[in-house]
Write a protein that binds this ligand. Structure first.
Ligand code: GSH
Length: 276
């Protein structure tokens, strides 16, 4: 992998890398925050999956996570949200909710998407293997995300409890098989067989397999996507059905933006630090 930039930030370093991603069949960029503690010994990591339209830079520049990550001695790994490059197919109408910037953290099975859109395997396997080999980062991992990335964090954590210690999400798409964003993405990436979709739906996974890891969710009640796309009550009902103990924090007046994320990222990082 090649370093694109490296700057000092809150005692640690904010670094951007580029590499040939084998699972995605394209060149990808990702960002890493290394706390000062990583100069002494390898540190655990929180992987943060961003939402629709984002790259690795949205969370890096807008969430304000580095100060607390440095205090806690935790690295932040910030991947992009889809495969990139001129060879990668995009939404024919260039809509923001499908194609580039909208990989939905699934392994696509349908043409022409399946050649590049393998974001599930990229996040679960290729990226951790790379950063743990090349950087002072351990295999003590937590996974977090926002919106589409909140969906990704829940699904990836729920399906891989042996690989992660805790899960958190801001404004997650909790039940993508039952909302317009999810239905559009899954029918294109995965085809029409809805049984194939359930493996990428946090509500369905919890109902089928319970809650294997600690979970914290933060959701703003002034979020414009709340009722149509995000449906926190579907997640609450699934958790209740399996007698889980996920923390779901509903915040009066907060919206879907990075102003919301920056208000509660400290609480989420301190939540993960208990388990890392
Ligand atoms: N308002 C956006 C909808 C997409 C959106 O809200 N994206 C969220 C994630 S779902 C985001 O993080 N956007 C980038 C940012 O705020 O920096 C649009 O219409 O393009």
């Amino acid at each position: 992998m090649k370093k694109v930039s490296d700057v000092r930030c809150f005692g640690g370093r904010q670094i951007r890398f580029e590499h040939d991603a084998k699972t995605l069949n394209c060149v990808m960029q990702f960002s890493v925050y290394l706390p000062e503690a990583a100069t002494q010994q390898p540190v655990p990591a929180v992987y943060f999956l961003s939402g629709l339209t984002c790259t690795d830079e949205n969370f890096a520049t807008k969430a304000g996570a580095q100060r607390v990550a440095n205090e806690l001695g935790i690295a932040l790994i910030m991947p992009d949200t889809s495969p990139r490059g001129d060879d990668v197919p995009d939404d024919p109408e260039a809509a923001y909710d499908f194609g580039k910037g909208a990989g939905f953290y699934v392994n696509a099975t349908q043409t022409p998407w399946s050649q590049h859109y393998q974001m599930y395997d990229y996040i679960v396997s290729e990226l951790p293997e790379l950063v743990e080999r090349e950087l002072p980062i351990t295999d003590r991992r937590a996974i977090a995300g926002h919106s589409m990335g909140g969906h990704g964090a829940l699904v990836i954590g729920l399906r891989n409890p042996q690989r992660y210690r805790s899960i958190s999400a801001f404004s997650p798409i909790t039940h993508p098989t039952d909302c317009p964003w999810g239905e559009k993405a899954f029918s294109n990436y995965l085809g029409d067989d809805r049984q194939e979709w359930a493996q990428y739906d946090a509500v369905e996974l919890i109902k089928a397999h319970g809650q294997p890891l600690p979970i914290r969710v933060d959701q703003g009640l002034a979020d414009g996507f709340l009722d149509e796309q995000l449906k926190p009550q579907a997640l609450q009902a699934a958790i209740a059905e399996v007698n889980g103990d996920a923390e779901i924090h509903l915040h009066e007046g907060y919206d879907h933006s990075y102003y919301f994320i920056s208000s509660f990222i400290e609480a989420q990082l301190r939540f993960h630090a208990q388990y890392l």
